[in-house]
Design a protein around this ligand. Structure first.
Ligand code: SF4
Length: 356
């Protein structure tokens, strides 16, 4: 049960603009538009990754959200449609572990009817069983988390003894059904798995998949984050460059989170995501919808806006759209630009609840 504070949304008056041309120009206080909607469909996971869902906090007694609290697929799709009307071009399905949500392919089918790029982030554990159904339902791309290539290191990172081989089998299953190239995300924690950078690079070089290294972040309030456990992305790049020369390449689009690099010898592309050492808040176009319908305008937020209440009060689309636009216009988030030891220690929503 998330301890994040809730901001009840006053039901806005019926907006003056015509529904045919919703306010696609909602711009926040820093001139940023909404382009990316991340939807967390479940707060549970079958892994206990130490930087996200440590067992010490997320044990057997942890009060996960009761089923009735979760948004239904119809509610999720309705909200997603209203965001698309406001300019969202990309939807990412997250969790917890989204493939644990029963019949997730039904939601994918519904969302795939919207004019967006539809992606999903998973720990890969259920991909061998689910890949074909996700592809058939209309999923465009998939991202798989893999925090090590050495089995012992990876099992320590996921803390449920899950083997590397099974995640690799999941990646192969996704590629086999046409969800390639797969993006592979590795969170690098100095002193814990930074020795996995080169083994992972060696394995995925030439595979066509895109390996990305993510700086360890002070997400949530449970992972005991310390700055000296952050390995800057510049170190990651220089370690790989020493063995396989790299060159920087342009972003695919403005506001892309990952900084792109490619192997000079044509061995493919890698990326780094540097929220701690190279903040990218100035171009952040992301917003997040939690499993039970709260809207968060930053990954490091401590409070959300309750959209579910509007849905379940029978409020109309125009008013919900106006509420969303109003929330976005009031947005000033730039957490990574102002991070301090004090902010790092402050209470924040859990990443396992809001999705990365
Ligand atoms: S810290 Fe918040 S505002 Fe900055 S990039 Fe991340 S989500 Fe966006």
């Amino acid at each position: 049960m998330s301890s994040a504070r809730v901001i009840p949304i006053a039901v806005p008056a019926a907006p003056t603009f015509s529904p045919a041309a919703p306010d696609r120009e909602a711009v926040d206080k820093r001139g940023r538009r909404i382009r990316d909607l991340r939807i967390s469909v479940i707060d549970r996971c079958n892994f206990r990754c130490v930087y996200c869902m440590p067992k010490t906090v997320f044990g057997r007694e942890y009060p996960f959200l009761p089923r009735a609290d979760l948004l239904s697929f119809e509610e999720i799709t309705r909200i997603a449609r209203l965001f698309v009307d406001q300019g969202v071009e990309k939807i990412r399905i997250t969790g917890g572990e989204p493939l644990l949500r029963k019949h997730i392919e039904t939601l994918i089918e519904q969302l795939a009817r919207l004019p967006v790029e539809l992606t999903l982030t998973t720990n890969g554990s259920l991909l061998p069983q689910k890949a074909q159904a996700l592809k058939d339902a209309g999923l465009h791309r998939i991202t798989v988390s893999l925090d090590g290539f050495d089995d012992a290191v990876f099992r320590r990172m996921n803390d449920v003894d899950f083997p590397v081989a099974d995640v690799l089998a999941g990646i192969d299953a996704a590629a086999a059904v046409g969800l390639a190239p797969v993006k592979i995300n590795c969170v690098v924690k100095r002193g814990t798995n930074d020795d996995q950078i080169l083994p992972l690079a060696r394995h995925f070089r030439g595979s066509g998949h895109i390996l990305r290294f993510i700086e360890y972040m002070d997400v949530g309030s449970s992972n005991g984050w310390k700055m000296d456990e952050v390995l800057p992305s510049s170190d990651v790049i220089s370690r790989i460059h020493a063995e396989f020369p790299l060159e920087a390449i342009d972003p695919n689009y403005p506001g892309e989170v990952a900084e792109r690099w490619r192997y000079v010898d044509g061995g493919g592309e890698i990326g780094v995501i540097s929220s701690v050492t190279q903040a990218f808040c100035s171009s952040c176009t992301r917003t997040r919808l939690s499993t039970e319908g709260k809207l968060y305008t930053c990954l490091f937020a401590d409070q959300g806006h309750d959209l579910r209440a509007l849905l379940r009060q029978g409020v109309g689309d125009e008013q919900i759209a106006a509420a969303i636009a109003g929330i976005w216009r009031g947005r000033e988030d730039r957490y990574s630009e102002i991070r301090t030891a004090a902010t790092a220690a402050a209470r924040k929503i859990e990443m396992s609840y809001i999705g990365g």
